[in-house]
Design a protein around this ligand. Structure first.
Ligand code: GDP
Length: 444
């Protein structure tokens, strides 16, 4: 998970101060020293760290903390607010033009994730805001890039405008805008060319595109894994093009977090979105406050709820609840439930959104084995329809057959059936418990 090292260190540091009824100046100094080291180790820009620590110290040693009833917690609140402000404070939204189409120009170095992000953003605009974007392929140097965008467009069932590799990008944009107007596309997303390094020619071309496109937004796509390099790239692009926002990709990877924490402070431009994976729905609006909360181990319940809401079908959830209530929950339902949870993303990421999950002994380092989940799926899929509905009929020979069919062992099959039965027992108890409120007693 991203930020892991930083989160660990910061959480250890603040743990020492949390419960303190009295916080001395020496305590604050000790804490800020450790926070400083943790941030530097996470590759946060040196100057950014210096300023941040200055602000935390000033506030934590000041009246705000010293005279409060819960000084320890007050210090942590200060740290969280400052981290959040560092990343931009409020979440910033995408601009909307009052004369559609709204034009968004995507820029960035090759390999940063520009084309993928263009697809993800189009998907986001349609799914979350009911928009109909037109994608425009302007990387005339790499035919593969045009093809890549066309493939994404086909996957999303969205139009892609391209004119091959012989027409200048500014001209392509001019034609694309006409097309968008004619087809009533309300957003135009322009995927521009990237290079391995920043060069003048590229910047000149991007400026020409900007002249013609008059974009409401210029999103710079940077790779979080490249740390301080990402910040330097952002600085140069911003100087030349005056970008309006940053999309930080590959935050699902093992990044130390330095880029996320430095970009806004160094460039003055907010991070608008975070790329959290290769799939087309792996793009999240960037919420500085929630991110600060996650880094400090306070969880991010809001994002978790939003993920659940957008991935779990409410009608199905209601039906499931009903089945639990009347005890008709089967292995098929179990499978369905698993696939809904899986849609929410890697389990490890979900865990980091639960407040305090990192502190639960054993849980933090427990490898959540996604392979085990696929074994469970395979076992259930090897059962007959009748077996899934009524596991009681699964005798020894059936267990053997299921194990062979799913490529697992009989003991794995046994374990799953036992877990399923235990789960049903628990559901029964819970239903009794709620019934109990109305008069019946609850006995374990
Ligand atoms: P471009 O050259 O900037 O257009 O980059 P691409 O869009 O072709 O992406 C380069 C690689 O990064 C591809 O393999 C993408 O699948 C991958 N990628 C892009 N965004 C993300 C992300 O948020 N997470 C991960 N893990 N991979 C990403």
């Amino acid at each position: 998970m991203a930020f892991e090292g930083l989160a660990d260190r910061l959480q250890n540091t603040i743990k020492k101060i949390t419960g303190k009824g009295k916080v001395s100046e020496a305590d604050v100094k000790e804490m800020t020293r450790e926070v400083r080291l943790a941030l530097l180790e996470a590759d946060v820009n040196f100057k950014v760290v210096k300023d941040l620590i200055g602000r935390i110290k000033e506030r934590a040693i000041g009246q705000e903390v010293m005279e409060s009833l819960t000084p320890g917690q007050q210090v942590i609140k200060v740290v969280k607010e400052e981290l959040s402000d560092l990343m931009g404070g409020e979440q910033s939204k995408i601009a909307v033009s009052d004369r559609p189409p709204t034009v968004i120009m995507m820029v960035g170095l090759q390999g940063a994730g520009k084309t993928t992000t263009t697809g993800k953003l189009a998907n986001y605009l349609r799914k979350k805001q009911n928009r109909s974007p037109l994608l425009v392929a302007c990387d005339i140097y790499r035919p593969a890039a045009i093809k890549q965008l066309e493939t994404l467009g086909a996957q999303l069932d969205m139009p892609v405008f391209s004119m091959g590799t012989d027409v200048k990008p500014a001209e392509i944009v001019q034609e694309a805008l006409k097309e968008a107007k004619a087809n009533h596309n309300d957003y135009v997303l322009i995927d521009t060319a990237g290079r391995l390094h920043i060069d003048e020619e590229l910047m000149g071309e991007l400026q020409e595109v900007r002249e013609v496109a008059k974009p409401e937004e210029i999103f710079l796509v940077v790779d979080a894994m490249t740390g301080q390099d990402a910040v330097n790239v952002a600085e140069s692009f911003n100087e030349q093009l005056d970008v309006t926002g940053v999309v930080l990709t590959k935050l699902d990877g093992d990044t130390r977090g330095g880029a996320a924490l430095s970009i806004k402070a160094v460039t003055g431009k907010p991070i608008k979105f975070a790329g959290m994976g290769e799939k087309l729905d792996a793009l999240e609006p960037f919420h500085p406050e929630r991110m600060a909360s996650r880094i400090l181990g306070m969880g991010d319940v809001l994002t978790l709820i939003e993920k659940a809401q957008s991935n779990i079908d409410e009608k199905q959830a209601k039906e499931l609840e009903e089945k639990m209530r009347n005890m008709s929950f089967t292995f098929d339902d179990f499978l369905e439930q698993m696939s809904q949870v899986k849609k929410m993303g890697p389990l490890e990421d979900l865990m980091s959104m639960i407040p305090g999950a990192g502190k639960i002994k054993g849980l933090k380092n427990a490898q959540i084995d996604e392979r085990q989940l696929s074994h469970i799926e395979a076992i259930i899929q090897s059962m007959t329809k009748q077996e899934r509905i009524d596991p009681n009929i699964i005798n020894a020979s059936r267990r053997k057959r299921i194990a062979v069919g799913s490529g697992t062992s009989v003991s794995q099959v046994n374990r799953l059936i036992k877990q399923f039965n235990d789960m049903k027992k628990m559901m029964k108890q819970m239903t009794n418990m709620t019934k109990g409120k109305k008069g019946k007693g609850f006995k374990l």
